[in-house]
Design a protein around this ligand. Structure first.
Ligand code: SAM
Length: 413
């Protein structure tokens, strides 16, 4: 079914479960490639990485599946109208022309999120307001009634995207952001975003390593695990637990008119049946100096029933060895922003010393930090330096390779 033919390029809303349409998955800086790989593995077609987003095609079952399974997407959006507008009146007129009654009922609810760039639409809030006016005016004039605005749990969360004079309207199929996994019962002061944690693990190759762990066992260790986001994401991957398995409150698409409960249940069952299908033999360890934060971590692990899979330790990272054997270490030390550390440079020096003295050639170490000065005090040359964003903080994800011989790194500064 085509909802708009008479103006602009319009995309099918995909009411039949097998009908294919375009989707956009939103993500974070530098996670586009890992997200594209995830989408492809889940069955997406014509996958194209963009900036902080990936475009792809698939049917309604794929829309359900990627919402449920994608670890590195923040939201899945479904474009449904594209047109040009050179001023506010044109925006209003074009939006007014869309047959909104095909999507929404008079007693339905909606909200509009907007992002604008370019010189024509400089206030995204105002563009959203014009769009809302056009929708409600069309309903009022045709039906004498109009759908209401609901900013909490709308039936449809629309996304208005304007770049110069190019306008795209999309439906947010996820509802609440997909970083809200639902497993957080307690947090420390500075928990890392779940989507970022999963993305870092994928960049570090954890998912590929566990897939081959039957002939090359691998462990995971986070020496400053806080409330355990890295540990839980690592354990979920190792157990093949879908990213949203613990989510409460459902997804935006469940409130859509075209939601097909039978298809959703069938997709969910298919994915849930794969839990435990990876032959993972390794160990997952976490450590933190703060006893209270370790208690939060325990709570989260118990909630996910992953507490038997993860071993926790309370102590200074400098006094703790990693697990024996091939081990991937991914950690998120304090940056001095939310967690105050007396001497951050000294802490990073100690981190570098610990890598050299305690972690052997079997270890591959990655860390994320926003403190570019403290980073230099690690005293090791990173073999990779990837720009990432943690909340508002511009960060780097650094890889350190450790080599044989007195557990010292090859490229000491
Ligand atoms: C940025 S937080 C980690 C947050 C974690 N990724 C999460 O999602 O909850 C940094 C953690 O390092 C811990 N920490 C600070 N100094 C430490 C040390 N010397 N040894 C071990 N842990 C330390 C803090 O207690 C804090 O929990």
């Amino acid at each position: 079914m085509i909802i708009q033919k008479e103006h602009g390029k319009v995309v099918t809303p995909g009411t039949s479960p097998r009908e294919k349409f375009k989707m956009v998955a939103k993500t974070m800086v530098s996670l586009e490639e890992v997200l594209a790989d995830e989408l492809t593995a889940l069955g997406a077609e014509n996958v194209v990485p963009l900036t902080r987003a990936v475009e792809f095609e698939g049917d309604m079952r794929l829309l359900y599946r990627v919402n449920y399974c994608c670890r590195t997407a923040l939201a899945i959006l479904k474009p449904f109208a594209e047109f040009e507008a050179n001023n506010e009146q044109e925006l209003y007129d074009q939006v007014y022309k869309i047959r909104w009654e095909k999507i929404l009922d008079c007693d339905g609810t909606f909200m509009i999120d907007s992002t604008t760039s370019g010189e024509i639409f400089t206030h995204s809030y105002y563009a959203a307001l014009k769009t809302k006016d056009a929708i409600v005016d069309r309903f009022r004039r045709n039906f004498g009634k109009r759908p209401s605005i609901d900013t909490e749990q709308p039936q449809y969360k629309f996304n208005l995207h304007i770049r110069d004079n190019r306008v795209t309207l999309l439906m947010n199929a996820s509802g609440d952001s997909l970083h809200k996994r639902g497993y957080r019962q307690g947090v420390g002061v500075a928990p890392i975003n779940e989507v970022l944690a999963a993305g870092l693990l994928k960049i570090a190759g954890w998912d590929k390593a566990i897939a081959q762990s039957h002939n090359n066992a691998i462990n995971f260790y986070d020496p400053m695990c806080g409330s355990g986001t890295m540990l839980i994401e690592a354990a979920m991957m190792a157990n093949n637990i879908p990213a949203q398995y613990y989510r409460s409150g459902g997804f935006g698409f469940m409130r859509w008119k075209e939601f097909n409960l039978g298809e959703w249940k069938s997709v969910k069952n298919e994915e849930d049946r794969k839990i435990g299908s990876i032959d993972f033999e390794g160990e997952i360890w976490g450590n933190d100096i703060d006893e209270q934060v370790i208690q939060q971590c325990e709570k989260n692990l118990e909630y996910t029933k992953l507490h038997h899979d993860v071993m926790l330790h309370i102590g200074d990272f400098a006094e703790q060895d990693p697990p024996e054997g091939h081990t991937l270490i991914v950690t998120n030390p304090p940056y001095g922003e939310r967690i105050k550390v007396e001497d951050l440079n000294a802490m990073y020096t100690q981190l570098g010393d610990t890598f050299k003295q305690r972690y052997g050639k079997d270890c591959e170490v990655w860390l994320i930090t926003s403190d570019f000065e403290a980073m230099k005090h690690i005293g090791l040359h990173p073999s990779k330096k990837i720009p990432v964003q943690n909340g508002s903080l511009d960060c780097r994800f650094l890889k350190f390779e450790l080599y044989e011989g007195s557990k010292k790194a090859k490229y000491q500064e």
